[in-house]
Write a protein that binds this ligand. Structure first.
Ligand code: SF4
Ligand code: MG
Length: 322
């Protein structure tokens, strides 16, 4: 099948008084229809910015400084905010960390669902309300015929995120960008909400980009994983392969902090140090100050993404290795 989404050499920069800062650096990946891609990395690695660029919601001083984004075969990175608006909601849904940022506190959840459904689909008010109630039931809201007329504050955090999932999917989008959708929730319900997100997207045929700093979340949910570090996509591949046999030294370190079944969070290895600030990115490979495999060349040469059998990796150890 043709890819749903193609991201080609995408760069995102911030204009500052001292010149542009590159926060996302030349990243390339595809997403197939219905596929769940986990995007993992530390805070500031460029994951959320990438998701935001795809939804067309980057705010100045941030902007796309290079590359292209194609959605359903159509170039979208050059579209104006106005031209992107009908795509958002209809074709591309979004779920954020805090359910309250996606919901209007002054409107009942039913009114918000009906409004979004009617904006994007030609449906009578009655049919849209019926669809809203069905969706609330699908996401596991008890007594949806009553709850549809309640306001966001009348729901618990977990129930509210269920409503947000219903809202993101109510116009049957082809892609959902979910940015840390469970981070703000109580740990005891995070797995439930993730499972629900996965089930709903599968049933509605939506592909997902799941942005998270938590490799355990990816392992549970995603088909493929993209690992970001300092604005670069350092590795991408099928989730089993990346979890069992990570290639990039940074991914190996991340895998050291994956939760093990029945054993809580087990840190097998630890990556010393912190991700560098954008204002002083190291030369060559940005990971070299923390990399146990770094050589002198790594301080000079910036690795480019190399295709490996089922994915890609950006590390000098793999360049010319094929
Ligand atoms: Fe480590 Fe060098 Fe590979 Fe960077 S390029 S990850 S420093 S081995
Ligand atoms: Mg983020």
């Amino acid at each position: 099948a043709d890819p749903l989404l193609q991201v080609r050499d995408l760069s995102i920069a911030f204009d500052t008084r001292h010149g542009p800062l590159r926060a996302v650096d030349n990243i390339t990946f595809d997403l197939a229809p219905g596929e769940i891609l986990g995007m993992v990395g530390e805070s500031g690695a460029g994951k959320s910015l990438t998701g935001t660029a795809i939804t067309g919601l980057l705010e100045r001083p941030g902007h796309i400084s290079g590359g292209e984004i194609h959605f359903e075969g159509r170039r979208i990175d050059t579209l104006s905010k106005d031209a992107m608006r009908p795509l958002r909601g209809r074709k591309i849904g979004a779920i954020f960390q805090d359910p309250l940022t996606s919901l209007n506190p002054l409107l009942t959840v039913g009114k918000q669902l009906v409004e979004t459904i009617q904006t994007h689909m030609s449906m009578s008010k009655e049919a849209a309300r019926k669809r809203a109630i069905d969706l609330l039931s699908e996401v596991g809201i008890p007594a949806p015929e009553q709850r549809v007329d309640h306001y966001p504050h009348q729901f618990s955090g977990g129930m509210r995120q269920r409503v947000v999932i219903a809202l993101a999917l109510c116009a049957d989008p082809k892609l959902v960008i979910a940015d840390e959708p469970t981070t703000a929730l109580d740990v005891s319900i995070q797995a439930q909400i993730l499972a629900l997100l996965k089930k709903m997207c599968r049933e509605h045929g939506a592909a997902v980009i799941l942005v998270t700093h938590d490799m355990g979340v990816i392992a549970e949910t995603a088909d493929r994983v993209a690992v970001m570090y300092s604005g670069r996509l350092v590795e991408i591949g099928p989730v089993e392969q990346v979890v069992k046999n990570p290639r990039h030294p940074y991914t190996k370190g991340l895998m050291g902090s994956i939760p093990v079944v029945g054993g809580g969070l087990k840190r097998l290895t630890q990556i010393d140090g912190a991700m560098p600030r954008l204002t002083d990115l190291p030369s060559g490979c940005a990971f070299h100050p923390r990399c146990p495999k770094a050589t002198e060349a790594c301080t000079r040469v910036k690795p480019s993404a190399v295709k490996v059998e089922d994915g890609q990796v950006a590390c000098l150890l793999y360049e010319g290795a094929q």
